[in-house]
Design a protein around this ligand. Structure first.
Ligand code: NAD
Length: 463
């Protein structure tokens, strides 16, 4: 049913409350039917989605497919396949203290959910959380980012073609709209965006004690020791850094490289940039653009007083910001204090391993952590020492693609995780229930209680 008429937020919110109360979303078959509908509609609108992503971010068809639509379709396919298994009571071992009993965990939807999404992967980061919310049997209101309006419009059209508004609806708008939405009482909120807005969302959620998932950002380091093979390391690093013009939450933010290979690595990084995007990346159909002027200007000013050893070309009319490499930046500069979220790669040189720690200490926990090395011990030590959302040895970004892994941050890079089974769990309350029978009770359970506790203690500790 198409949802064409304009409905006030108030009415939408009440309609979703009543719809959830009707218990229609409790049926696995209903959820699967809706997810199938969503998959078909996405397929049908694929070209329109690519076009919108091009208009919003100058995304190439390749990036639009590999980092947006395919990931959503994969997520839906997994939910459809696994839902009959995941959405049923799981029997767990009973405690002899309760003998005889049967114990279960029943996944139940939270209820009415709110999803707020960012602009950098505006299709995928809006739809993937939504798929989890629907699969787990919730209703959802989705607010996409105002900075990717073409994609926001397509998302709204797709959702209203598949869902009744009382089940799932899209509300377009800016921070003001999000602020109004956050004043209401939700049963679950999922927010993807900056750490600063994440704090605002967490405060609003705390008002109603609403469980909240925060998918935030941070400065994700990339450590390269002298055993790393130069060519393949440079290729994988350049790909991860300049995908979507560096506007990727898990992009390597800065590099720490051993001084022995720094010069060779830098030459290869430049070679790989030019191999990927040519000598003039502004003309490359595979190189994106900055999302808006404010972000463009912020990046430009972060280069002030830095030693730019490659790139630095910009064109504000086109929001073009060329791939740029900065050498040994001041660790207290804005470039090294704030998440870059753009096509600037600072390279810091180290000679002893404890110098890595000097750069890393006192920094907030990042969303991603990368290390390139052939030394297993070095990799394992770093993975153990530092806390981060997710890590990869000898590649970048790929952690996002495996839905058997939870995706999420820790500390300032976020809380909670999703993708695949983790999404289903994230949007479900795991409700434990015990079914007892009437025929037996442990002796001494009821008052007047036994006076000697030693036998009872022994019994209870060993049951
Ligand atoms: P943002 O925080 O500015 O905006 C995200 C969403 O929040 C948008 O829908 C926006 O309208 C809304 N919003 C803005 N101000 C608000 C307010 N005061 N109250 C309530 N809602 C508000 O983030 P962005 O610029 O869209 O995205 C960039 C950030 O997101 C980066 O920090 C990046 O690392 C992070 N990010 C994280 C992930 C992840 O999966 N962890 C993914 C993508 C982006």
């Amino acid at each position: 049913m198409q949802n064409k008429k304009v409905i006030s937020t108030e009415k939408l919110y009440d309609a979703q409350k009543s719809f959830f109360a009707s218990q229609k979303t409790l049926s696995t078959a209903f959820r699967i039917q809706k997810l199938r509908g969503l998959k078909n509609e996405i397929n049908k609108r694929e070209k329109d989605i690519y076009k919108a992503l091009y208009l919003d971010l100058r995304k190439s068809g390749f990036e639009a497919m590999t980092s947006e639509t395919v990931l959503v379709e994969k997520e839906i396919a997994q939910m459809i396949k696994m839902l009959p298994l995941w959405n049923r009571p799981q029997r767990v071992k009973s405690s002899l203290i309760n003998f005889p009993s049967r114990d279960y965990i029943i996944p139940e939807p939270y209820g009415n959910t709110l999803i707020i999404s960012p602009w950098n992967y505006p299709f995928q980061l809006a739809l993937t959380p939504l798929v989890g919310a629907i699969a787990a049997g919730n209703t959802a209101i989705l607010k996409p980012s105002e900075f990717a309006p073409h994609t926001g419009k397509i998302i709204k059209e797709i959702i209203s073609a598949v869902f009744d508004h009382e089940h799932v609806a899209v509300i377009e708008g800016d921070a003001k709209v999000a602020t109004e939405l956050l004043k209401r009482k939700w049963d679950n909120i999922m927010f993807t965006g900056s750490t600063s807005v994440g704090k605002i969302v967490a405060k609003a959620a705390a008002e109603h004690l609403t469980p909240t998932t925060l998918e935030l950002g941070g400065k994700s380091p990339c450590i390269i020791d002298d055993s790393a093979p130069i060519v393949i390391t440079a290729k994988r690093l350049i790909w991860g850094k300049f995908l979507n013009c560096g506007q990727t939450c898990i992009a390597p933010d800065y590099v720490m490289v051993h001084e022995k290979i720094k010069d060779r690595l830098t030459r290869e990084l430049i070679f790989q940039i030019e191999k990927s995007f040519g000598k003039n990346p502004q003309e490359s159909s595979d190189y994106g653009r900055m999302i808006h002027k404010k972000h463009f200007e912020k990046l430009k000013s972060s280069l002030k007083d830095q030693k730019v050893i490659y790139g630095g070309a910009t064109d504000d009319k086109d929001l073009f910001f060329g791939p740029t490499i900065v050498e040994n930046p001041d660790l207290n500069s804005n470039l090294m204090q704030e998440e870059i979220f753009g096509p600037i790669l600072p390279i810091i040189t180290y000679s002893k391993e404890n110098e890595i720690h000097k750069v890393m200490e006192n920094r907030e926990r990042p969303l991603a952590f990368y290390v390139f090395s052939k030394r297993k011990k070095f990799i394992n030590q770093l993975f153990q020492r530092y806390s981060f959302g997710g890590g990869v040895a000898n590649d970048s970004i790929i952690q996002f693609a495996n839905d058997n892994l939870p995706f999420g941050g820790v500390g300032h890079s976020g809380m909670g995780a999703y993708h695949g089974k983790y999404s289903f769990k994230n949007f479900s309350h795991e409700k434990p229930v015990i079914k007892r029978s009437f025929w037996f009770d442990l002796p001494g359970r009821y008052a007047p209680y036994p006076k000697s506790l030693s036998l009872l203690k022994l019994l209870l500790k060993n049951l």
